[in-house]
Ligand binder design. Structure first.
Ligand code: BGC
Ligand code: NOJ
Length: 826
């Protein structure tokens, strides 16, 4: 018998915010530097990226956070968040930073505005206002930091102003470990206000960094020892205290870039200084022009592009236009302020960031541990494909090229080389099916069937290239040919849940974290992959239909039906779907288990796949989720939490109860439950689940939640955890894509299909109506949905440009057209 699950009280009930949404400016405005954790933003959307926190911490890299790191960042440091994009002001001995850190001098005023690809830190002290405006301009590989100083007093003021960055010696992994070498490789060169960081250029490298200012400096430093002092540090660097740098040239050790300006501001006067940090790559033939001498032409051209305020203003405007255009493709007006700002802005913004970063670089992902995840990037694409389909197309082809000929895949790859990571290897048996998921999403969005004909390498070997469709076929076949004793898919090393390592003991006794063996052999099976196979297998069969591969479609459906049957029988526990069978053939996620009786993942994916809809099992499964897994902060991953480590389950049981995959609220699969509820027509419940983890809806509990209130986090501590409600791992999570898919397609019901756009909402009955502007295949649809009878689901009528249509599939408009759609629910 299952004991009753107690309802836990909310740990603290203090409503506390640390800022607010400025919807008109599309910013989150933070009004104290003492946020519960650093609240960050991402600058850059193409090749050059910077992370910047609300106090100016962070770092920059070019394309690959591990292999092309421009500036150093020390994770898990104490004090926290010391390294960054720094500006120091020495005002007659009072040393402060516009973003408060690292000096932490109390400011008279402070605000941080995180916007779309830019951040503005504003500090004021003793009548001097300083604004540090950071962004990565479109089309250039650099970060611009414009400092604007204003003397708000009636007396002239003389200040010493410093910039400061600490260079990373490019490979961030090597940089943080190989000191015996790296203390001797550093090289710099200074030409007027440009500080060149050229470590490793003399070897086989072809790139360097430049940190410049747009005005002549009073002094500079390039040696950390000189700037900070050997026993000093970023809190109060010796040079800043002294009021001048020493024009040091770094030879090895730690090269840095620091500019110093001694300046006077008349009463009321404003002055700006533009700093830039650029990445330059020279063609190979220029590499060895002369030992140690770099060709600076590209750097000079870059500096000339941002030499004046007018140029910087224009670059800022271009960035704003870019985002305006991108977001204009999906806009919501519902009268529900929080919903509107998440859908129209922040959720899509986070989707762009996860698309760019995968799981590589955040304040929780070090940039050296993981590159691009196979399953992660496939899922990120689901929430991004409508924004820039061409980039999604390119990404699909990159991901597919890391697949093996048997359909399995490297679990991760490096963004710079695009090669699979052999340290991590393959064997996660859900991976292949995610490739079908993202390709089908791309086709539904674009109708660009040519992608299926693109030749794509296997394991990056172009001599073995096959059309993308063949890759999908092998994905499908991989699952189909790797079924276990119950007719359910073999799990391999793990499935979506990385920590469910059911075969771990059999291959490497005692080493549950590093399983490198083949995925076949051990018999553990996954009901989750079964659900995926039914859902994405059917999508694959639809592609076959479209390509007139009639026999293949039919045999695929036969295979899918068999797995569906196995799921409804062997995969069913009586009131919910089981999670798996372990390597002994014992069920996981069953009432037969002492702990871990019910898991969230199979309930979400199976119901989304439509499994058990006719038999009542789907209803029962979601009811069990609500009864057993729901909490005020979201739906936990499993119950009861594992209290002891279990060799037959692996990493999942290594976490203390309530954290991460061991009964944490893993935000990524909360939207699956919400989607599943809409499949059954439960709009009220779907929206209730949506709101629980939605950042804008929980802004008031920022003190409990701790991470940024404008983006999703990977996990929130579950009710078994002493810190129930506390989030971790913000930004880089599949939650972003899945919540956007959930809210845009399943709840608001604007659904791209292979044949065009369908409108079929499932909303809370209290929502009276809304309008959506949706760019789709080059046309713009203005869709007005009205809910006069307060229903949760059901379309009564649809008119397109004033004329009624039958059904809910909108006729395809031509590119460039504007379509007026009116939908009445009832
Ligand atoms: C984490 C997972 C993550 C995995 C990646 C595990 O330790 O718990 O959430 O997916 O590492 O390697
Ligand atoms: C985070 C990983 O990035 C993702 O791939 C995985 O599905 C979840 N953790 C769950 O383990």
């Amino acid at each position: 018998m299952i004991s009753a699950f107690p309802v836990y009280p909310i740990r603290r009930n203090k409503a506390m915010r640390f800022g607010h949404f400025d919807d008109a400016r599309r910013e989150y405005v933070i009004d104290t530097p003492r946020t519960p954790l650093p609240w960050i933003n991402y600058l850059g959307s193409e090749d050059f990226f910077s992370l910047v926190s609300n106090t100016g911490g962070g770092y920059s890299f070019y394309r690959d956070a591990r292999l092309r790191r421009l500036t150093r960042y020390r994770y898990n440091n104490s004090p926290l968040d010391m390294d960054g994009h720094r500006i120091y002001i020495n005002d007659g001995g009072t040393i402060w930073n516009p973003g408060w850190q690292p000096a932490k001098t109390e400011l008279d005023r402070y605000t941080c505005r995180h916007g779309l690809g830019y951040t503005i830190l504003q500090g004021e002290k003793n009548g001097i206002a300083a604004a540090q405006e950071l962004f990565v301009p479109r089309g250039d590989a650099c970060e611009i930091d414009r400092l604007t100083l204003e003397n708000k007093t009636a007396a002239p003021r003389t200040l010493d102003v410093f910039s400061y960055v600490e260079f990373c010696l490019w490979d961030a992994m090597d940089d943080s470990s190989n000191f015996q070498r790296n203390f001797s490789t550093g090289e710099v060169e200074v030409v007027e206000s440009a500080i060149y960081h050229k470590t490793e250029y003399r070897e086989r490298r072809d790139h360097y960094a430049v940190f410049w200012a747009n005005a002549p400096v009073t002094s500079f430093d390039t040696s950390r020892d000189a700037f900070c002092g050997v026993y000093g540090g970023p809190v109060a660097p010796e040079a800043v205290k002294a009021g001048h740098c020493s024009n040091s040239i770094a030879h090895g050790w730690a090269p840095v870039g620091a500019h110093h300006f001694h300046l006077t501001l008349a009463p009321g006067e404003k002055k700006s200084i533009i700093f830039g940090l650029g990445y330059i790559e020279n063609p190979v033939r220029e590499k060895f022009s002369a030992p140690g001498i770099i060709n600076k032409a590209r750097a000079e051209a870059m500096m000339a592009r941002y030499a004046t305020d007018a140029q910087v203003d224009a670059a800022r405007r271009a960035l704003a236009d870019y985002w305006q255009e991108l977001l204009s493709g999906w806009q919501l007006t519902s009268g529900e302020e929080k919903l509107d700002r998440m859908v129209s802005l922040w959720n899509q913004y986070q989707c762009m960031v996860t698309f760019n970063m995968s799981r590589s670089a955040s304040y929780y992902e070090s940039g050296i541990g993981r590159g691009m995840g196979f399953r992660d990037s496939c899922q990120d694409l689901l929430g991004f494909v409508h924004m820039i389909p061409s980039r999604a197309r390119e990404r699909i082809l990159d991901i597919a090229a890391t697949q093996f000929e048997d359909g399995s895949a490297y679990h991760q790859y490096q963004p710079l080389t695009k090669k699979g990571n052999s340290d991590v290897g393959s064997g996660f048996n859900d991976d292949p099916l995610w490739l079908i998921a993202c390709t089908a999403a791309y086709l539904r969005e674009t109708g660009d069937w040519s992608i299926l004909d693109e030749p794509v390498a296997f394991d990056n070997d172009v001599t073995r290239a096959q059309p993308l469709m063949e890759h999908l076929r092998r994905s499908f076949r991989y699952t189909h040919t790797h079924l276990g004793p119950h007719g359910l898919p073999l799990i391999g090393r793990a499935d979506w849940n990385d920590c469910l390592n059911l075969n771990c003991f059999s291959e490497h006794p005692g080493e549950s974290f590093q399983i490198t063996g083949p995925s076949e052999g051990p018999v553990a099976e996954s009901v989750f992959i079964a659900g995926m196979f039914v859902k994405y297998g059917r999508e694959y069969a639809e592609l076959c239909d479209h390509l007139h591969l009639t026999e293949e479609a039919a045999s695929a459906r036969t295979a899918i039906d068999a797995v569906e049957q196995a799921t409804l029988t062997a995969g069913w526990d009586g009131a919910w779907f089981r999670r798996a069978y372990d390597a002994f053939g014992a069920p996981v996620g069953s009432r037969e288990c002492d702990e871990g009786q019910i898991f969230i993942e199979p309930q979400g994916i199976c119901v989304m796949a439509g499994i058990g809809r006719e038999t009542g099992q789907a209803e029962a499964a979601l009811k069990s989720v609500e009864e057993r897994l729901d909490t005020p902060y979201g739906v936990v991953l499993l119950q009861p939490a594992y209290t002891t480590y279990r060799l037959n389950l692996g990493e999942i049981s290594s976490y203390p109860p309530g954290y991460k995959e061991n009964a944490g609220i893993f935000c990524h699969n909360n939207p699956w439950i919400s989607c599943a509820e809409t499949v059954l027509g439960h709009g009220d419940r779907a929206f209730a689940v949506y709101k629980k983890t939605c950042p804008a809806y929980i802004e008031d509990i920022s003190e409990i939640h701790r991470t940024e209130p404008y983006v999703y986090s990977q996990m929130v501590a579950g009710r078994d955890a002493p810190t129930f409600g506390e989030a971790k791992n913000s930004w880089l999570t599949g939650t972003a894509a899945w919540t956007f898919v959930n809210v845009s397609q399943y709840i608001l019901g604007i659904q791209p299909t292979l044949d065009g756009l369908r409108v079929d909402p499932c909303i809370p009955h209290t929502l009276a109506g809304y309008t959506v502007t949706r760019r789709y295949r080059g046309a713009v649809y203005h869709i007005r949905v009205e809910n006069p009878h307060a229903v949760q689901k059901g379309v009564q009528s649809v008119t397109v440009n004033g004329a009624p249509i039958a059904g809910t599939l909108l006729p395809l408009a031509k590119a460039g057209e504007s379509v007026e759609v009116s939908v009445i629910l009832g």
